[in-house]
Design a protein around this ligand. Structure first.
Ligand code: WTA
Length: 633
């Protein structure tokens, strides 16, 4: 079903709220089910227990391949654009992709992977990464993709948490000018895990790697001579499709669990509608498959919808800042989906790098991952879209599986920095801190969702209580997003950012507690507090206040900071690197020993006065000391 007009949108929205079962079953009917569901949805948010397409049996890859091969066999499924512009792009048809997926499924089975087993994918943006995900899905295994920029420690934590049996990786990774060791990180991680039986290594950079006898095998050797026919394993709608780890306000990242049937229906439906993907279009999402955007809108959504999806190995600024626009021209991209941080970074290079390229193929521009500021919105609209492409500012989360609030391209009138209206089937509600619904328009508060949608998370892996406490315990019978939002006089939603201790750095979610825990591992650190601060390009930067064991004199300070950054790199990865570190003698604390983060946030923003009531602090004098020290951060 595709919505073509604003009237059509309101009509479908009404239907989806009045009779969600009829609405979603008519969409799910377009897929191939080995056995149809008994009930569309069965749910409560108290436990929570959410089931969609109850007792339906299917395989998601049969819906990408077998269902579409007859009509789309020769159509390009993936255009793979390598890091080096000089290296030839690959056009992989649906039939070729099908054969690669079948063949690799046979390898997985041969290596002992069974339905329900967890497989870690720690790979750069190469076609094998998509093949790996789909082959897992085909044999009923659960993939957990770990972004290849995470450190060995972060990788080991994830392997241990889900007790994975296998790691799929590559020798290395080309990223801009850099050649990054990937397999070596896996080797380090596996020194701290016990469950991995096999490591399959795709060859990409041809750099030297160590292969452990009996455990490690090359992808090209494992697939050699293996049949390209494979019968998909039948799974239940509610069988796990994947686990994706994401940061929260407390503790270690949690494994968000997505299941099969609802995720399939929702990602495909939202892909087609939000981007208004049309037959023959070329769609490009610049995300990495290590994040939810890569899962839902590079791989599953587009391929389920029979689209041609571009997958790019490199970075926006290599060999120069015109690289994105060169690719748009080269592959005649029609829908382009990226993050505000990339837009802001490219904006800084000026218009000269855009000028040489013909961007007339573009029809729709998308934004995801963080609020898009008005200036970036206008720049994107005027200089990339040349004033004629609608911008879809898509709001969603790892936990939501798919886009929840967004314009439908060309249908919903847009407004800069507004995600606009909920998609059909999505019922947002804004509540105050006590959980009272703020009705009507022109209200601001905590954004929650009051009715399930098919691709919502089902649990957090191995810890259902945590799922309940994080998302369903704040406000009774509501899914709490962690975001603040405003609904304006037109009923449009504007996302105001996180209301919890999660920060958003270059569109990547980071728990302040996670960064603090890493810093605290440093032998000379007594305590630390991490907050976000406004950053021109990244949206938010990471500001760390650190108390050290002994007085670090100013000549040592630079070394101490370097050493702290190295600790964060080792425990999480370069994406968690603090932008500013300030060594402080104490942190502002309340009598009960709680750090007053509100004050630290304000100081990090550059505020020097007006901190409100500080009388509950045991050490109010520290505030001025910290303000004075900000110049050295
Ligand atoms: C933020 C990414 C404003 C938000 C798909 C959310 C956004 C978090 C937008 C989820 C948007 C995402 N406007 N903020 N269009 N999209 N966010 O799990 O704070 O990596 O809670 O999922 O990013 O980040 P995640």
């Amino acid at each position: 079903m595709k919505i073509h007009s604003l009237g059509g949108y309101f009509h479908e929205y009404q239907k989806s709220v009045q009779n969600p079962e009829a609405f979603w079953s008519s969409i799910a009917d377009n897929f191939y089910w080995r056995k149809k569901w008994d009930k569309v949805v069965d749910w409560n948010f108290a436990e929570p227990n959410v089931n969609w397409f109850v007792n339906g049996k299917l395989n998601i890859t049969e819906n990408i391949f077998e269902r579409q091969l007859f009509t789309r066999g020769d159509q390009t499924a993936i255009i793979w654009e390598p890091n080096e512009p000089g290296e030839e792009a690959q056009h992989i048809s649906y039939r070729e992709l099908y054969e690669k997926v079948c063949q690799f499924s046979n390898v997985l089975i041969e290596k002992g992977i069974e339905k329900g087993d967890r497989v870690i994918i720690y790979m750069p943006m190469i076609p094998e990464a998509a093949v790996a995900m789909l082959a897992c899905a085909r044999v009923g295994a659960v993939h957990s993709v770990v972004f290849a920029g995470f450190s060995a420690t972060a990788l080991a934590d994830r392997i241990n948490d889900c007790e994975a049996k296998m790691v799929l990786t590559s020798d290395g990774n080309f990223r801009g000018k850099k050649k990054i060791a990937v397999k070596a990180v896996v080797d380090q991680a596996l020194e701290h895990t016990t469950t991995i039986e096999t490591v399959i290594v795709a060859q990409r950079t041809k750099q030297e790697v160590t292969m452990v006898e009996g455990r490690d095998i090359w992808w090209h050797e494992a697939t050699e001579g293996v049949s390209t026919e494979n019968k998909a394993v039948e799974v239940d709608s509610e069988d796990m499709l994947f686990i994706l780890y994401t940061s929260g306000s407390t503790g270690k990242p949690k494994g968000v669990v997505h299941t099969t049937g609802g995720y399939m229906v929702y990602t495909s439906f939202t892909f087609k509608n939000v981007f208004q993907y049309g037959e023959g279009d070329v769609y490009w999402c610049t995300a990495d498959i290590g994040w939810i955007t890569g899962h839902s809108y590079i791989v599953y959504g587009p391929l389920l919808a029979g689209a041609t999806s571009v997958m790019f190995e490199g970075v926006p600024t290599y060999p120069d800042a015109g690289r994105f626009w060169e690719i748009v021209e080269k592959h005649k991209v029609n829908q382009f989906y990226t993050a505000p941080t990339a837009i802001r970074a490219l904006q800084a290079y000026g218009l000269d790098v855009i000028e040489p390229y013909d961007l007339s193929s573009l029809k729709v521009l998308g934004s995801v991952g963080e609020p898009i500021n008005e200036e970036a919105w206008h720049w994107y609209h005027d200089h990339i879209g040349k004033g004629k492409c609608p911008i879809v500012d898509t709001w969603w989360q790892t936990e939501t599986g798919g886009i929840l609030i967004s314009p439908i391209a060309g249908v919903t009138p847009t407004k800069p920095s507004y995600a606009t209206l909920p998609l059909p089937g999505v019922q947002p509600i804004i509540v105050d801190n006590e959980g009272n619904e703020l009705k009507g328009n022109s209200v601001e508060g905590n954004l929650c969702i009051k009715f399930p949608w098919p691709s919502m998370l089902r649990t957090t892996y191995g810890d259902h209580e945590r799922c309940k406490n994080t998302y369903f315990a704040n406000f009774e019978n509501l899914y709490f997003t962690g975001d603040g939002a405003k609904r304006d006089e037109d009923g449009y939603y504007r996302i105001l950012g996180r209301v919890d201790d999660v920060i958003n750095v270059s569109g990547h979610r980071m728990g302040t507690a996670e960064v603090e825990n890493a810093i605290n591992e440093h032998p000379l650190v007594v305590e630390s507090a991490v907050v976000g601060f406004p950053h021109d390009i990244k949206g938010q930067g990471i500001y760390a206040y650190v108390i050290c064991e002994k007085d670090v004199d100013s000549s040592d300070e630079q070394n101490m900071k370097k050493s702290l950054i190295a600790t964060v790199n080792k425990l999480i990865g370069p994406i968690a690197k603090p932008d500013k570190i300030q060594i402080v003698p104490e942190l502002p604390k309340t009598r009960s020993g709680k750090i007053m983060r509100r004050i630290l946030r304000k100081i990090a923003e550059g505020t020097t006065s007006g901190f409100g009531d500080t009388s509950t602090l045991v050490n109010p004098e520290i505030v001025n000391t910290i303000i004075e020290g900000t110049k050295d951060a």
